[in-house]
Each structure stands twice: as C-alpha cells, then as structure tokens.
Design a protein around this ligand. Structure first.
Ligand code: SF4
Length: 229
C-alpha cells in the first residue's frame, strides 16, 4: 500500500541509496549525523559540484538540459535534487510536458552522475528510479527511462524504470520511514559492503554488532574523545 506523506514527514531522497547499501550506514548518516569523507566520496563531491553548476544549463533544438532540479514525492515521502534532467521532443502526451518558450511537448529524463565504475549492487539505480518517481508525481507524466553517467569509464548507462525497480524503491522508502520513526541505529552486519564503506572506522562493524549505535559504543567502551563530542 502506498502512503501519501505530508511535508513534515519527507526524508532525504539520497537516503534510499545509503539504505540500499547498508541500513546501518543510512542510520549513521541520517540519524546520527555522521559523514566521513574518503578519496571516493571527495571525488564524488567534486563531480557533483561540477554537474550542479547552474551556469551550464543548455538549450538546443532537440535537447534542453536543466541542472540541480528540486524534486519531491509524497508517495515515497522524499525530497532531493536531481543532478540533471534532459528534455527531448516527444509526441506522447503521457510522457511530455510543455517548456516555456519552446513549442510542442518535451519528455524529461533524469541523468545521475556517479564517480567511478558501475556498482556491483543496485543503489545507483534505486536513486535514479526515485528521481523518476518524483518527476512523475510532480509533472503528472510517465518516466520509464533514466541514465547513470559513470565518471571513470566516462560512459552513461541506460536504466529502465520498470516495475521491479519501482517495487524495490517503494519497499526501501517504507523501511526508511519506519527506521526513522524508531530512531534506532540497526546493528552492524559485517560483510562485503564494509570493505567498500567509508564509515568502517567509525561503525566498527565487528565490535558493534550488538545493536548499538556508534555513539553508544563510544560512550560505553572507549575513554577517548569520540568524533561525536
Ligand atoms: S562498515 Fe559495514 S556495517 Fe558499518 S555502515 Fe559500513 S557497510 Fe554498514
């Protein structure tokens, strides 16, 4: 069942990709307010700063590109910003919208920019699909396609916004809202993702498996100044 959430309940759309990677990572960022940069996240931030430069909006005959587009979905209960939305001409009224100063209908397609290579999991696709659902709700159209641009191979990957991916996103958003209501950091489940995670030194997955938040672990076990002091 899809729940319509009001303004006060909206959570960050970016949380869906964190949750898809690891529930504990989501909680460390979105409940405990922890952020840890490493080389990978720094590169990602630089890339997004470039992409989000509003002076690079473009308009050509067959393509309009807008950057840093605010998004919201009350069905998912999320808000965020899309890196890039590309608009191309369409004759399909179910997929197109009008653009001021342009004739005809234009079909919006979200493009998400990511550093590095395609991931072994679906977190990037989850984020893209959530953006597509936001656009559908805001513009009352259907968005069945998006792209993820990977910086390292400098290639973009076409992603179908299909039913399976949509179901995954709705399930994750439901879980995210329920974890937020509980306000509890899930226990670490040390595994393959921990090796790729910039939080591993603060999360301490092997030591904090017993359902402890990192704050509680530091308070109870370590006599040194914690990063949360
Ligand atoms: S170190 Fe492992 S358990 Fe901890 S947040 Fe990262 S992926 Fe999750």
């Amino acid at each position: 069942m899809i729940v319509q959430r009001n303004e006060d309940e909206l959570l960050a759309l970016s949380g869906l990709q964190h949750l898809a990677f690891c529930e504990r990572q989501w909680a460390l960022i979105h409940l405990e307010g922890l952020w840890v940069d490493n080389k990978l996240t720094m590169e990602g931030r630089i890339l997004h700063e470039r992409v989000h430069n509003p002076f690079f909006d473009e308009s050509r005959d067959q393509l309009v590109i807008t950057r840093s587009v605010p998004l919201v979905s009350h069905k998912l209960g999320v808000f965020g910003i899309a890196d890039v939305i590309e608009f191309q001409p369409t004759l399909d009224s179910a997929k197109g919208v009008k653009i001021s100063g342009k004739g005809g209908l234009w079909q919006p397609t979200p493009v998400e920019y990511k550093r590095g290579n395609p991931k072994p999991d679906d977190r990037d696709m989850v984020q893209l699909c959530a953006q597509a659902i936001c656009l559908e709700e805001m513009l009352d159209i259907t968005v069945d396609l998006g792209y993820i641009y990977y910086w390292r191979p400098r290639r973009r990957q076409k992603i179908a916004i299909d039913d399976d991916l949509r179901q995954r996103v709705y399930k994750l958003s439901g879980r995210m809202h329920s974890l937020f209501r509980e306000g509890r950091t899930p226990p670490a489940q040390s595994g393959v993702n921990c090796r790729l995670c910039s939080f591993v030194d603060y999360c301490l997955p092997k030591l904090t498996k017993q359902n402890k938040s990192t704050k509680d672990y530091f308070r109870q076990n370590i006599e040194i100044k914690s990063p949360f002091a």
